[in-house]
Design a protein around this ligand. Structure first.
Ligand SMILES: NC(=O)c1ccc[n+]([C@@H]2O[C@H](COP(=O)([O-])OP(=O)(O)OC[C@H]3O[C@@H](n4cnc5c(N)ncnc54)[C@H](OP(=O)(O)O)[C@@H]3O)[C@@H](O)[C@H]2O)c1
Length: 304
């Protein structure tokens, strides 16, 4: 198989494509021919050697999100109702940016026909994270939700799910992404020093809940807006959360939550703009994520 690997920690150009032996599915696993693979900030941290919990073995493969077609079942995997030829997507660990991946059958989510492979791959992590965070924060119809970094992958899903739950949503982004946020149903505001006043200026009612997907000043700004500490959640900045007595809402993985969002996406209720790169351009794809700007999701096209 072909896989993105790196031989030392560093910037995007430590990545290269390598030919590796095809993986064989272990008991309970399926092997997937990957069609598209998401790239996320976590991968940047792994590649830079900045993730304390991740032990790299060089040449190290990388990637947490895949969508593709099952080409082999491991022993016992049939019990999960999957068959060779089924299109699936899901989370994996440090190996998704490759032409093949083996994953636990119980964690593979069926890809609806109405969703293409790049869109499916691009929803994997953002959907689980956004849906889990909104659930932990209990976002509902009477809420005015402030989403920090609303144009990114997690923000994009969070805005749409919160609107669907009936909340009013205010989203932070650079002005270039304000029309995009309006199309998602959010009221846009520019991030930066004047954020608190800017939110007060546009909010139809005081914000009641905040989701931070950027860190830094975001939690302090949410506190300054008068939002209760137990309704301010971050998926990024544990240190600031501890300082302000607010929450970390980085829910674990959940194939069920992913399946729910994917069904909405197949019906066009949730959308995710994809910035697509061929697998051969993995360096550029990682650089795009590492820039920290842009809308939606960076996805590698492994097999067009
Ligand atoms: N993906 C996941 O499932 C997951 C899970 C757990 C934690 N996280 C963490 O959550 C964060 C967001 O992840 P993501 O995948 O959504 O990232 P992403 O898609 O790369 O987010 C990039 C977005 O951040 C915005 N941004 C940049 N600087 C900003 C600022 N100062 N204030 C507000 N927005 C700003 C950019 O907006 P402009 O382009 O308009 O500047 C851009 O739209 C990352 O730190 C990631 O590690 C992600």
């Amino acid at each position: 198989m072909r896989a993105a690997v790196f031989d030392r920690f560093g910037p995007p150009d430590v990545l290269r494509l390598a030919e590796l032996p095809d993986p064989e599915p272990k008991p309970g696993e399926v092997r997937v021919r990957v069609r598209a693979a998401g790239v996320q900030p976590f991968d940047v941290g792994v590649r830079r050697g900045a993730m304390p919990g991740v032990k790299a073995v060089f040449p190290q493969t990388i990637g947490q999100e895949y969508a593709g077609v099952i080409d082999e079942l491991g022993p016992g995997a049939e019990g999960h109702g999957l068959a060779v030829g089924d299109a699936v997507l899901g989370s994996t660990m440090l190996n998704g940016q490759a032409s093949m991946v083996c994953v636990a059958a119980e964690n593979a989510v069926r890809k609806p026909d109405g969703l293409d492979f790049p869109a499916a791959a691009g929803l994997v992590a953002a959907s689980q994270t956004a849906a889990g965070a909104l659930r932990e924060l209990g976002v509902g119809p009477r809420d005015v939700l402030l989403v920090h970094a609303a144009a990114g992958s997690v923000g994009t899903v969070a805005v749409q799910l919160a609107r669907r739950a009936g909340a009013t949503v205010i989203g932070t982004a650079s002005p270039a992404n304000h029309d995009y946020l309006r199309r998602l149903g959010a009221i846009p505001v520019a991030y930066g020093a004047g954020l608190v006043d800017a939110v007060r200026g546009v909010a139809p009612a005081p914000p009641t809940v905040a989701l931070d997907a950027i860190g830094g000043a975001a939690i302090g700004q949410s506190v300054a807006l008068g939002i209760q500490a137990d309704r301010i959640g971050t998926i990024v900045d544990d240190k600031a959360a501890a300082e302000h007595g607010t929450r970390v809402v980085r829910a674990g993985r959940s194939p069920q939550r992913l399946a729910e969002v994917v069904e909405l996406a197949a019906r066009g209720v949730v959308t995710m703009p994809i910035r697509a790169y061929p697998l051969a351009d993995v360096v550029a794809a990682h650089a795009a994520v590492e820039s920290g700007h842009g809308r939606g999701k960076v996805v590698l096209i492994v097999e067009p």
